[in-house]
Design a protein around this ligand. Structure first.
Ligand SMILES: Cc1cc2nc3c(=O)[nH]c(=O)nc-3n(C[C@H](O)[C@H](O)[C@H](O)COP(=O)(O)O)c2cc1C
Length: 406
């Protein structure tokens, strides 16, 4: 979480009380984040002023006016009943990642503290119509639970049909409302559905999902143009049957900047405003870089838990260790992943990508630099990784870069 790790942009004068007990460790200190590049400043249009007025408006909204002649309200109205406890663990959540949420990686994360994992985003229409797509994209095993299957979709019946097919193999269905790709606009899916004109369709999709299977419906959104608008959408999703809302604390990035944007600070105060405004559990997503960030995040946002994506790619031990892992610990995790990948092969492209992340890759695969390159220059290591075609070759590279003491 760049914002906390780098001590930037504290925007919340009085953080909400933590919703979960603190771990039995000293007060958390932010982790340094050497593997991540320096946080660029947010471009002005995306800077979000803290909006205590909106949050306070929500908290201190006046009670509804009674029609004249109604009996007076009791002076101390009884508290709202608490929602039933949510049946799935939500504190440590591994987010959906195209090309990186493979079964082997999910199993690795579960062994190291992840309580709930998502699949990558699946296309509902293909899932419904193409058995080979289903088989390739939804590979799971009993140790891979609880599992959230994430779909993107452009209409409610297709989404509901896909959910029915996925239901026997998972514990919840998530609707992707955050994919920022330009191709997601015609017809709209992902973040394109966040435009207000599509809210009726989004509401119908969530309601269709809620009726399609007994499984809880999750939604994953980004921030909208204002905290008020985000809260309004969150309440709509809740009213239509969403049971867990994940808020990625960044707005839709400008075209071609979605990769760079993942390094920008997440707006935790906006997430806190949403968490205060709905009764369903909220997952806080954005820039969790080390174990200490988890507690800092839930303290600040009041969220039920933290979803991490890129932080877990760089450090699969994130939910297990408060501090950055040593190269040896990373190397052991990389070997463990490779053993799982031998058992549950995701394809060499996916394996290569994971090993690159664990070696501290920055930049695109074709021009990557590595924080852990052992005896190699970054260019030599990149070429060796691009040329590796078997698990054994990747193991050798892990030994040379992360596990050799020399
Ligand atoms: C390689 C990669 C693939 C991603 N694919 C998806 C996806 O399929 N669905 C989705 O909702 N978000 C996807 N995301 C976004 C993440 O789930 C997450 O919202 C985002 O990276 C911010 O969290 P982070 O700062 O912890 O990385 C992806 C992120 C990465 C790094």
């Amino acid at each position: 979480m760049a914002e906390m790790c780098r001590g930037k942009r504290a925007r919340s004068p009085s953080p909400p009380a933590p919703s979960l007990p603190s771990p039995p460790s000293p007060p958390p200190q932010p982790c340094p984040s050497p593997a991540a590049p320096a946080t660029p400043l947010l471009p002005e249009p995306l800077l979000r002023p803290s909006s205590p007025s909106s949050a306070n408006d929500i908290a201190a909204a006046p009670p509804p006016r009674l029609p004249s002649g109604s009996p007076p309200l009791p002076s101390a109205s009884p508290p709202l009943p608490s929602p039933p406890a949510f049946p799935l663990p939500l504190r440590h959540v591994c987010g959906p990642m195209v090309g990186a949420s493979d079964l082997a990686f999910r199993l690795l994360l579960r062994r190291h503290g992840a309580q709930l994992c998502y699949t990558e985003m699946l296309f509902a229409h293909r899932f419904l119509s193409d058995p080979s797509y289903r088989e390739a994209k939804l590979r799971t095993t009993p140790a891979d639970r609880p599992l959230v299957v994430q779909f993107c979709a452009t209409d409610a019946p297709t989404l509901a049909g896909a959910a029915r097919l996925a239901a026997p193999q998972c514990d919840a269905i998530d609707l992707n409302l955050g994919c920022p790709l330009p191709s997601a606009t015609q017809p709209p899916f992902g973040a394109a559905l966040l435009a207000r004109e599509h809210w009726p369709l989004v509401g119908a999709m969530v309601a269709a999902l809620a009726g399609a299977t007994p499984l809880p419906v999750f939604c994953k959104i980004r921030l909208l143009e204002s905290v008020e608008a985000t809260v309004e959408l969150a309440r709509l999703l809740e009213a239509r049957g969403c049971r867990v809302l994940c808020v990625h604390g960044r707005a839709v990035p400008p075209p071609r900047e979605h990769r760079a944007q993942r390094q920008w600070p997440a707006d935790l105060d906006a997430i806190a405003s949403v968490a205060r405004a709905v009764r369903i559990p909220v997952l806080s997503n954005g820039n969790t870089r080390c174990g200490r960030d988890v507690q800092l995040n839930v303290d600040r946002t009041g969220a039920a838990g933290v979803m991490s994506a890129e932080g877990l790619l760089q450090n699969p031990l994130l939910f297990e260790k408060l501090d950055e892992p040593s190269p040896r610990e990373l190397g052991e995790a990389a070997l463990e992943y490779l053993r799982l990948a031998a058992e549950w092969p995701p394809g060499m492209r996916v394996v290569r990508s994971h090993i690159m992340w664990m070696l501290g890759k920055s930049g695109s695969a074709a021009r990557a630099h590595f924080a852990h390159s052992g005896p190699f220059t970054s260019q030599q290591l990149r070429l060796a990784l691009l040329g590796a075609e078997s698990v054994a070759q990747f193991e050798e590279l892990v030994h040379l870069t992360l596990l050799s003491d020399g």
